[in-house]
Design a protein around this ligand. Structure first.
Ligand SMILES: [Zn+2]
Ligand SMILES: [Zn+2]
Length: 305
C-alpha cells in the first residue's frame, strides 16, 4: 500500500502565486488551454503543453488555504483545463470533426459567400452564437435543430456548439448520430443487452446533440427509438440540439422518392419521425435553417481548410 500524499501546509491565499495558465499567443491552442485531435473514430481533447508547471499547487492540483473560517482544501484553478478536456472526451465527437469549432465555421461561411450580398450560413451562425451566449448551465435551456440540405455545415455547427459548451462553459454534453445509435442498440440486442443503459445515458446528459434526425429506414422499431429518446428528454426538460436534412413541418404524407427520382413534394421531419416526435421537438427547440452553398464542394476544390 502506498502512503497517502502529505497535505501541503496551509498558506494565506494572497501569498500564493497565481494558478498556471495557457499562453495567450499559443499557436496550438490559441490560449484555450486544450486542443482536440482525431484519434481513430473519435475526437480527443488534451491539455495543451503551453501550460507551465503550476506554482500555486506545486503540480498537486490541490491548494490548502488559511482563510478567515480556518483551513480550507480546494482544487487548484489550473485543473480546469484537464476537467474540460474530460468533458469534451465524454461527448464522443467523431474524429473527422475534431477541428470543428466556431472560428472554422465562420471562416468557411465567409469564404463560400465571398462577393454575395446575403450569407445564409452566417445568419444561422449568428443565431447559434447568440444562443450560446444566452445558455445558462443551471437553468432550463431551449434547444435548436439545424435544418438544410446535405453538406451545408449542420454537423460542423452542432459540434462547434457542443465543443464550446464543454470547453468554455464546463457543461456535460453528448453527440450521437441517429443511425449510429440504432446500430449500437442493435449490436447490444444481439449481445443480449436491452439498450436501457445506452438510452439512460442519452436521457441523463444535460445537453444532447442528435445528428441526422429522420435518417434511416424509419421502421416501427426505429420510430420507437426516436420517440423514446425525444419523449424522455422532453419530460426531463433537458436541452436537446439536432440536425436534419428534412424541412420542419408535420406529416404531409409525401412518399420517399425512389432511387434516382426527384420527389414531387419533399418529405418533412414529421413525415420521417411522426407528428408526436416533431411536435415535441418544436416545443423544446427552435428550427434554424442553414442555407448557402455546399461546404463539401468547396473543400473538394481545396478552397477551404
Ligand atoms: Zn497552448
Ligand atoms: Zn495548480
Amino acid at each position: 500500500m502506498t502512503r497517502p500524499e502529505p497535505t501541503p501546509p496551509a498558506t494565506r491565499a494572497a501569498d500564493l502565486p497565481p494558478a498556471a495558465r495557457p499562453q495567450a499567443d499559443c499557436p496550438r491552442c490559441r490560449g484555450a488551454g486544450t486542443v482536440a485531435i482525431a484519434q481513430g473514430e473519435l475526437a480527443v481533447a488534451e491539455v495543451c503543453d503551453c501550460i507551465p508547471f503550476c506554482g500555486r499547487c506545486s503540480g498537486s492540483g490541490r491548494v490548502v488555504i488559511h482563510g478567515e473560517d480556518g483551513v480550507q482544501v480546494g482544487r487548484c484553478r489550473c485543473q480546469i483545463h484537464g476537467d474540460r478536456a474530460a468533458l469534451f472526451n465524454h461527448a464522443r465527437i467523431p474524429g473527422r470533426y475534431a477541428a470543428a469549432d466556431f472560428p472554422s465555421f465562420a471562416t468557411g461561411a465567409s469564404a463560400i459567400a465571398q462577393g454575395q450580398q446575403r450569407n445564409p450560413k452566417f445568419e444561422a451562425f449568428l443565431k447559434v452564437m447568440s444562443w450560446e451566449k444566452e445558455f445558462r448551465p443551471t437553468e432550463e435551456n431551449r434547444g435548436f435543430v439545424l435544418h438544410g440540405a446535405v453538406g451545408r455545415g449542420k454537423t460542423h455547427l452542432l459540434v462547434a456548439t457542443l465543443r464550446a459548451l464543454a470547453l468554455n462553459h464546463g457543461v456535460r454534453v453528448r453527440f450521437i448520430e441517429f443511425t449510429r445509435l440504432l446500430a449500437e442498440l442493435r449490436e447490444g440486442f444481439d449481445a443480449g443487452r436491452s439498450g436501457a443503459s445506452t438510452m439512460a445515458e442519452l436521457v441523463a446528459v444535460p445537453v444532447l446533440g442528435i445528428d441526422e434526425i429522420g435518417k434511416g429506414r424509419m421502421t416501427d422499431w426505429e420510430l420507437t427509438v426516436i420517440d423514446e429518446l425525444v419523449s424522455r428528454r422532453y419530460n426531463a426538460m433537458a436541452c436537446t440540439l439536432g440536425t436534419t436534412n428534412f424541412s420542419p413541418g408535420g406529416p404531409t404524407g409525401a412518399a420517399i422518392p425512389s432511387l434516382g427520382q426527384t420527389a414531387a413534394a419533399p418529405q418533412t421531419v414529421g413525415d420521417r419521425v411522426g407528428d408526436r416526435v416533431f411536435s415535441r421537438l418544436r416545443e423544446m427547440s427552435d428550427f434554424i435553417e442553414i442555407g448557402g452553398d455546399d461546404f463539401r464542394e468547396f473543400k473538394r476544390r481545396g478552397a477551404l481548410p
